[in-house]
Write a protein that binds this ligand. Sequence first.
Ligand code: GLA
Length: 551
Amino acid sequence: MPSSRSAFYAAAVVVTQVAVAANVRTTTPHMGWNSYNYYSCNPTEEIIKANAQALVDLGFADLGYKHVTTDCGWMSRDRDSEGRLQFNTTLFPSGGVALGEFIHGLGLKYGFYSGGGYLQCGSTDLPASLGYEEIDAQSFADWGGDSLKYDNCYPTDKVLMADYDSAEAASPARFQTMAAALDAVDRDINYFICQWGVGTNVGAWASAIGTSWRMSNDIYNAWRSIWRITNQVVPYYKYTTVGAYADMDMLIVGLNALSLEEERFHFGMWAINKSPLGIGAPLEPSLAPQDSLNILGNAEVIALNQDPLGEPARLVRRFTEEEYDIWAGNLSNSRLVIGIANWRNASQTVALDLGSLLGVASASARDVWAAADLGTLSGAQTLQLAGHELKLLVLSNVVSSSDSKPQAAGYYTAASGATLSGQAAVAGCGANTCLPAGQKVGDIYPGSAVTFGSVSAATAGTKLLGVDFINYEIALATAWDWGSNTRNLTVSVNGGAAKRWAFPISGGDWSDTGRLEIEVDGFEAGSQNEVVFAGFGSNPGPDLVGFEVFE
Ligand code: GLA
């Protein structure tokens, strides 16, 4: 075992506190280029070489884009007499070691692709690695491979390619088998798990064996897939850390699928979540717009992604009807990043109070996309956002004010003390689940409600509520349609207007609680506030564990 691997393993154990298999981990989210989003499963050696060369020529390599991954479609139908995968020599006349030498000669890394099932994704006859893990890991090492993207197609047979329901599709076992096989070869290989988030607790097992893991079904060439994947990544801050990164999928920047504003949003959202950044655009000036290439090449946004602290930003506020989110997280050197995400496709003005939101009394601010220093900011800010803009602010020289954030002022458990109506019903949960209550209320269908009759507030007006909810309706089969990874509830106070809130994915299964912080108006001073959570539209809401009032 190379010593670098052992050293890295030790570091990985410290940061993730789990030890299933040794792996070579990247210390920042990996960056590179992947053939799939543009060339689908039809790559050729010429295409790979041209794009690798362009990574260098266009300056992307110097910015950190190093991993050149040939996705589906590189191999021949038949393994050789010793059971080894073979390059398709029509498409890849040299392939193997020679292609690796070309890529390495450019100072780049040689990325392989296979899968843990019976056949490869996007094919009906190309062999995948099930049962051949050791042989294939050895081939990737012999060819000089530096990384392996490992996919999840055909998990049960050679017929059903994308299966989101079988035990095999959800099982960590095949990914662990390949992790062990990679670990046994005498070459450092980064392991990029591509399981799509099927099953439960994927962040827990995948972060233990891979330096990145895909947590969603594939990105799609439309704005709505940005909303879908963003809602799914919300709980993964629990697992993303130095050496282990939730992968939001390859970028669609430069594919003429989004407006430039939306491309900045997409790139920025991936960056602050510490997702790997894989260029999916063809790096050929006549094919990818220069403005898009400039977005991919924005060094300040890349620096947010590659920040050595490795801490993803978190969704800290959601304003569903107003259609914006606020994301925030720590950066190295005691800096903060704030992402204000305008989901509305029209400009709007939003308020952001640095004190109550982040406990920041004052800070030097930089608008990252504008590449402009904003001077010292303190208190309430008013921000203009274009439609589908993600404004990124970096705060430095932060002066904290510990008393400006609202303080916890009472917890209300849904399963006890609230009145349930319609189909809403208490559901029991296993030990140490559905925290903090240990129970939840489910089936909050339209026409159903959970009513809290005596909620205390010291003063009248708007309160911050930390809503503890559970939503694990992950959009897999619905990913290419309108699956959004959200469930909705309305909240009304003292008979006021019922306002809608879209709850993202909360955790790793239907008993893993997430918290969404929302600002709700209509409270009166006193202990008799009535707060009603109700089903909305035509689908059930998230399950409700309880909520905390902050004042
Ligand atoms: C799966 C993966 C994609 C891509 C395709 C290839 O869908 O998630 O990233 O590799 O297979 O067919």
